[in-house]
Design a protein around this ligand. Structure first.
Ligand code: ADP
Length: 395
């Protein structure tokens, strides 16, 4: 069974074609600058690269080029589009209506439209990808896998904000959580590694990348998470502020005369470790700058580590009987020093990482000492595979 996974942003589209008989990626690619001058598709098949540089005015044209690339005689991997059995789409915000992956129907469309108010850049872009596939592959089933779905198991005491209940009732203002596909994948993988039934597993999943979130998992389900109504809450991120006193927002708007759009941009694009350091949002640059004595880069890294520490420790108390702490995402998988910084201080609770075992990137590794009270793992996430698996299950 061949499944195409599509992840559409407002001007980009990532894709992977899986052979689900052995979960092998046959081909993957990225389209950038959709609707902007200089559109470009880059496809990778093993070591080979195939590039198309041609204007693509919308997502339908981008999807058309993806189909051309994967069926290309020389650079493609299938001879005809009829070989695609289903398409799995990444969707961002399904609100309270979507609690699991679903075959697209009218209810899904309504939910995507309704919750676009909280994901104005993502949900409409995800929809454009879907509509392009429906147009060009009319006989193939489409499945939607939502970032928010995994977190719908959170109890009310963890998803409500400390504001008048009417805002939840009238406007659905609450914590939804994101990165659900990754946290779900990590939970399943950890259960498999520990040879446990997922429903008996309490753990902490730390997805640390450009966007970062931590998830407390109780009995195999999301119990609490750091991202909120939108992906802005929680950890200090590459360019997002994470938690702050809401008064900071109203104060800055008043002082600088910022409107909501500008303020949104400040918090999402100009803040986080980029804003604090003035150096970069990329942790490799920050680690280099800190090593060269840049004070603000050092502070930004410490802020990131401390915020993560606070959530991990808090979630351990919330969930109880935690068996594993797992690091994933670009930083979680690759930054040996950031994992060390985050876990520093947990020794007093009997949780220790082994510096030698921690000297790894990606893959699936136990990095804690033999006598550590909680096992610490590095596990590479794979959201695309998770989407392909759910799609296969549903069709
Ligand atoms: P996204 O959220 O866009 O999917 P990723 O999970 O790919 O992001 O994470 C990207 C981040 O991972 C980069 O910004 C960079 O900070 C970090 N990263 C990647 N490799 C390393 C490394 N070797 N050391 C430290 N940080 C790294």
């Amino acid at each position: 069974m061949k499944i195409l996974v599509i992840n559409c942003g407002s001007s980009s589209l990532k894709y992977q074609l899986f052979d689900m008989d052995n979960e092998e990626v046959l081909v993957k690619g990225l389209v950038e600058r959709i609707g902007i001058d200089g559109s470009r598709l880059k496809q990778e098949k093993g070591e080979d690269e195939y590039i198309i540089e041609e204007d693509m005015k919308d997502h339908t044209e981008a999807v058309k080029h993806v189909f051309d690339a994967i069926t290309d005689k020389e650079n493609g991997v299938i001879s005809d589009l009829s070989e695609i059995d289903a398409v799995g789409h990444r969707f961002v915000h399904g609100g309270e209506k979507i609690t699991k992956s679903v075959v697209i129907d009218e209810n899904v469309r309504e939910a995507v439209k309704e919750y676009s108010k909280f994901a104005p850049l993502h949900n409409p872009a995800n929809m454009m990808g879907l509509e392009a596939c429906e147009k060009l592959l009319p006989n193939v089933k489409n499945v939607a896998v939502f970032d928010t779905a995994f977190h719908q198991s959170m109890p009310e005491e963890n998803f409500l904000y400390g504001i008048d209940y009417k805002y939840y009732e009238d406007q659905a203002v609450r914590k939804y959580g994101f990165h659900g596909t990754s946290h779900d994948f990590i939970t399943q993988k950890t259960a498999q590694v520990l040879e446990k039934d997922q429903k008996d597993l309490n753990m902490i999943s730390c997805h640390l990348g450009n966007g970062s979130s931590i998830c407390a998992i109780k009995e195999g389900k999301s119990f609490d998470t750091t991202m909120g109504l939108t992906p802005l809450e929680g950890l200090v991120m590459g360019t997002r502020s994470g938690d702050l006193d809401p008064t900071v927002v109203t104060f800055l708007m008043n002082e600088y005369g910022y409107d909501t759009k500008k303020m949104d941009n400040v918090l999402n694009k100009e803040s986080g470790v980029l804003g604090v350091s003035g150096v970069s949002s990329d942790f490799r640059d920050l680690e280099n700058a800190a090593n060269d004595g840049n004070k603000r880069a050092e502070i930004a890294l410490k802020m990131f580590a401390n915020r993560a520490k606070r959530y991990i420790a808090g979630y351990m108390a919330e969930v109880g009987n935690v068996e594993a702490i797992v690091f994933t995402g670009g930083i979680g998988e690759n930054s040996i020093t950031m994992r060390e910084s985050i876990m520093e201080g947990f020794e007093q609770f009997g949780i220790k990482i082994d510096p030698e075992k921690n000297n790894v990137r990606g893959g699936c590794h136990l990095v804690s000492t033999d006598d550590s009270k909680v096992k610490v793992f590095v596990i590479a996430t794979n959201e695309e595979l998770m989407i392909a698996r759910d799609t296969k299950k549903l069709v």
